[in-house]
Design a protein around this ligand. Structure first.
Ligand SMILES: NC(=O)c1ccc[n+]([C@@H]2O[C@H](COP(=O)([O-])OP(=O)(O)OC[C@H]3O[C@@H](n4cnc5c(N)ncnc54)[C@H](O)[C@@H]3O)[C@@H](O)[C@H]2O)c1
Length: 354
């Protein structure tokens, strides 16, 4: 099924069960694929192009040094500027392959074939490609949207359960940005992830990134849960997966919103949320480890009128509201201290109850 996208949207979006060779590029193409998917790709009857690269890219290798051999490989072929690169894998692989496609000959076309729930519902759409630097995640990159996104849910059958659950958190985030509590509660219940949730998430993200492709306003809402989430992810030494850290960040953002005078979330939402997050309590880093990471946030800014040498004093925080869209507010990193403490208290309370 081809999803409806706004007129002029740079990416055609398909949500299917089985991979379909008709959706591969019409002209010359090559592939960068996660080696874990090689068997499934062949079993699905999908062709392997000349000069394909089958790779393993763990999150710790989401680095520029990983893509340089790919670029050298393409230049050695040589891959023509009219060729299209197909990326088959999770968010790490689609972010890196999109970046390599943006860099090679100053930009060749690419297609994203995401194979994790997180990449299908979020990472592969929106044109952000990137790699990590020593100073932080995704600090280098380019806006380079894929021409086509093809999400095939049959490819998820080999995905480990923890990775599936990891993707669920970006779906819950999508519901909370819109204030859609009933949808969020449905997704927090036990039971499998449903394809219509992915469809809804893709449609929502397509609208947001189309209206604000370079993140000058509305697109920042997609960072809900990521402010404290990124800090918790890094402070755990990446023991927490990205989505798990975002889930913790979502609960903390609900608590911060209330502290900022916004409408409180009902216990009927906060409790199931905390219950699902309770197993991660041991990986939640103490506040003193989170603060320096928050102050280094990519979206941090200096207070108005202060000099360039002044410490970073405010970060853009996204605050959710029940029944209404989330709002943005610039707050000092210290504003997260109390929600961090309340988050831990709620998780421990749910652990004791279980
Ligand atoms: N560009 C964006 O807008 C955006 C948005 C959100 C997240 N991201 C990025 O996405 C990345 C996380 O992506 P992820 O959660 O997909 O993790 P990932 O790419 O690391 O994949 C998780 C693991 O699953 C394996 N895998 C992938 N597909 C599989 C399958 N079908 N069967 C079995 N194993 C499979 C991978 O080899 C890997 O070990 C982060 O780097 C994050 O920054 C980007």
């Amino acid at each position: 099924m081809r999803l409806a996208t706004p007129s002029g949207f740079p990416t055609e979006v398909f949500l299917l069960d089985k991979p379909d060779r008709e959706l591969l590029p019409e002209g010359p193409w090559t592939l960068v694929g996660d080696q874990r998917l090689r068997g499934a790709w062949a079993l699905a009857g999908m062709p392997e192009p000349a000069h394909a690269l089958w790779v393993a890219v763990p999150e710790e290798e989401k680095k520029l040094r990983t893509v340089i051999p790919w670029l050298e490989h393409w230049a050695g072929v040589p891959l023509h500027r009219e060729a299209t690169v197909v990326a088959l894998g999770g968010g790490v692989l689609t972010d890196l392959t999109g970046l390599a496609a943006a860099l090679y000959l100053r930009g060749v076309a690419w297609q994203a074939w995401p194979t994790t729930l997180l990449a299908m519902a979020d990472a592969a759409l929106g044109g952000k490609t990137g790699a990590d630097l020593a100073a932080g995640k995704n600090l280098v990159g380019a806006f380079h949207p894929p021409r086509r996104l093809v999400a095939c849910t049959d490819l998820l059958t080999s995905l480990p359960e923890r990775q599936v659950e990891n993707g669920r958190w970006e779906l819950v985030k999508t519901a909370l940005i819109q204030g859609e509590l009933a949808w969020a509660v449905e997704m927090l219940q036990e039971g499998p992830v449903k394809v219509p949730w992915v469809e809804r998430s893709l449609a929502f993200k397509a609208g947001v990134v189309h209206r604000d492709p370079k993140e000058s306003g509305e697109r920042r809402l997609l960072n809900l849960g990521h402010t404290l989430g990124h800090a918790l992810e890094a402070a755990s030494g990446y023991q927490l997966l990205h989505g798990e850290a975002v889930g913790l960040g979502l609960l903390a953002a609900c608590l911060l919103a209330e502290e900022q005078g916004l409408k409180p979330f009902p216990a009927s939402f906060l409790e199931p949320l905390a219950r699902r997050l309770a197993p991660f309590a041991p990986q939640v880093a103490p506040w003193r480890d989170c603060l320096p990471l928050l102050a280094r946030d990519k979206k941090a800014q200096r207070a108005q009128g202060s000099t360039a040498e002044a410490p970073l004093t405010e970060i853009q925080c996204i605050l959710p509201r029940p029944g209404e869209p989330a709002v943005q507010r610039a707050l000092p990193p210290q504003a997260w201290e109390s929600p961090h403490a309340k988050l831990l208290a709620l998780l421990h309370q749910e652990t004791a109850r279980a």
